[in-house]
Design a protein around this ligand. Structure first.
Ligand SMILES: [Zn+2]
Length: 182
C-alpha cells in the first residue's frame, strides 16, 4: 500500500537542482527529499513558459513494496507550482496549476518491462539509475503533465475574441507565434 506517510520525514535539500540519487537504493531505504526548483533552472521548460519567474515545490519519496512476487521499488514524485504558459488562442499568458503526484516503478537493468505498465494510468515505469538527476526527472514529469493546447477558458484580449468558434482547433500559426516569442 502506498500512503503519504513517507513524506512526513523528508529531508530538505537546499540545492535541489543538483540532487542526484541512486534510485534503487533511495527507494529501498524509503528515503525522502524535498526542495524547490526555480523555473529558470529547467531548460526544457524554457520553450513553453512565458514567464520564467517562480518555482516548483518538489518531493521525491522512495517506497519499497514486497509481496508474493518479490520486491518492487517505487519513486513517488510530487510537484506543485504555478506555470505561465502561452494561450494558443490569444497568445497571452495563461496560468497553469501544476500539481503532479506520480508513481514511478523502477525497472532494474535487464528486467522485463511489465506489460500492465503500458495499459496502466496509475503509474509509469522508468529505468533505474545509479545517478538519477532529480531535476531531469521533475522536468520530464512536468512536460508530460502540461496541457497539449494551453488556453484560457475565456480569452480577454480582442485578438482571441474572433476565434471563439474554433474551439478545439488551434491554428498552426498560433502555435508558431508561440514559439517565436522565445
Ligand atoms: Zn487566451
Amino acid at each position: 500500500m502506498i500512503t503519504s506517510a513517507p513524506f512526513m520525514s523528508c529531508r530538505e535539500i537546499r540545492n535541489f537542482a543538483e540532487a542526484v540519487v541512486d534510485s534503487q537504493k533511495f527507494a529501498a531505504d524509503e528515503d525522502c527529499i524535498a526542495g524547490r526548483l526555480a523555473l529558470s533552472q529547467l531548460p526544457r521548460l524554457a520553450d513553453v513558459l512565458m514567464n520564467r519567474e517562480g518555482w516548483l515545490d518538489c518531493t521525491l519519496a522512495g517506497q519499497r513494496e514486497t509481496d508474493a512476487t518479490g520486491t518492487k521499488l517505487w519513486l513517488r514524485l510530487r510537484v506543485s507550482g504555478k506555470l505561465g504558459l502561452c494561450c494558443q488562442r490569444c497568445m497571452e499568458e495563461v496560468g497553469f496549476d501544476c500539481a503532479i503526484d506520480s508513481r514511478l516503478l523502477l525497472m532494474p537493468p535487464g528486467e522485463e518491462w511489465p506489460e500492465e505498465e503500458l495499459e496502466s494510468d496509475a503509474y509509469d515505469a522508468i529505468p533505474a539509475s545509479r545517478e538519477m538527476s532529480v531535476l531531469a526527472l521533475v522536468e520530464e514529469e512536468v512536460l508530460l503533465a502540461l496541457p497539449a493546447v494551453p488556453r484560457h477558458a475565456e480569452c480577454r484580449s480582442p485578438a482571441g475574441a474572433g476565434e471563439a468558434e474554433e474551439e478545439g482547433r488551434p491554428s498552426p500559426f498560433a502555435a508558431l507565434a508561440g514559439l517565436k516569442k522565445h
